[in-house]
Design a protein around this ligand. Structure first.
Ligand SMILES: NC(=O)c1ccc[n+]([C@@H]2O[C@H](COP(=O)([O-])OP(=O)(O)OC[C@H]3O[C@@H](n4cnc5c(N)ncnc54)[C@H](O)[C@@H]3O)[C@@H](O)[C@H]2O)c1
Length: 249
């Protein structure tokens, strides 16, 4: 089940953390993975880890917020591997909210740009660059990594991030409807809390999660492996809350 041999996957922002985990799981299931990151040296580190584990991967640097850069990167991957069958829009920008919990009413307009450009425009740019060839081949999988913050009011300081993620969720639902008859599915994982570098913070976060632990990059990768698979052909247009059981509605 969920065998990805013969498929080419592109994972954005996969130079570390969640994206690196997704890329690793897809490669372990047999996909050839194009590892994107704005910081190419990070993408190359993920590629090296995948190759060390016996998988196949290439690095591709582009900025998901720049359509021309995305298009050139996707065409380059197609030139190397023939096509892109699976796109995982993972690259994200948390804005300033996590570090400086500024209420929206006190925020500076300049601080909204990053979270909306990466979390919404990044998803639109990458999806636009892959969708027509997927439709022509009659098969494709587009997966976006969003956040519970895009569907639920969670905490102070993340409203621009939530705007980007929530926009991406709405965009993905319509991408799914428009392309369902062409064999292309589009789904979103609204993921919950991942571990933080400080174990005390991670422990405190874990206490709020019914399963009793924060998520791991592999947890997200396993869900992507399902959504990317042949077996997930009837799963489209959905936003899946992947969060260890936290109630988000
Ligand atoms: N970590 C969490 O707790 C958490 C929770 C909910 C949702 N998410 C979402 O999961 C995804 C991954 O999160 P993470 O914690 O691994 O993020 P991270 O910040 O650790 O890594 C993101 C990677 O994306 C790259 N990137 C940033 N902007 C880019 C751009 N414009 N073009 C290409 N690459 C770019 C960065 O260089 C970085 O390597 C994000 O979309 C994030 O919003 C994370």
């Amino acid at each position: 089940m969920f065998d990805l041999h013969g498929k080419v996957a592109l994972v954005t922002g996969a130079g570390q953390n969640v994206g690196a985990g997704i890329a690793g799981v897809l490669a372990a299931r047999g996909a050839t993975v194009a590892v994107n990151d704005l910081r190419v040296e990070r993408a190359e580190a993920t590629v090296a880890a995948i190759r060390d584990a016996g998988g196949t991967a290439i690095a591709v640097g582009f900025d998901v917020t720049d359509y021309d850069d995305v298009d050139a990167g996707v065409r380059w991957v197609e030139g190397q591997q023939g096509r892109v069958d699976i796109l995982v829009n993972n690259a994200g920008n948390g804005g300033e909210g996590g570090m400086v919990p500024t209420q929206f009413r006190d925020s500076e307009p300049a601080s909204w740009r990053g979270p909306v450009e990466v979390n919404l425009y990044g998803v639109m740019n990458c999806s636009r660059a892959v969708i027509n060839p997927m439709c022509e081949r009659g098969w494709g999988r587009i997966i976006t990594i969003a956040s519970g913050a895009g569907t639920t009011g969670l905490n102070i300081g993340v409203s621009p991030y939530a705007g980007g993620k929530g926009g991406a969720i709405g965009f993905m639902r319509h991408l799914a409807v428009e392309n369902a008859r062409a064999g292309v599915t589009a789904n979103t994982l609204a993921i919950g809390l991942m571990g933080m570098p400080d174990p005390k913070v991670t422990e405190a976060m874990a206490r709020q999660i019914p399963v009793g632990r924060t998520g791991t990059p592999d947890d997200i990768g396993y869900a992507c492996a399902y959504l990317a698979s042949e077996e997930a052909a009837w799963m489209t247009g959905q936003t899946i809350q992947l969060n260890g059981g936290a109630v988000t509605t």
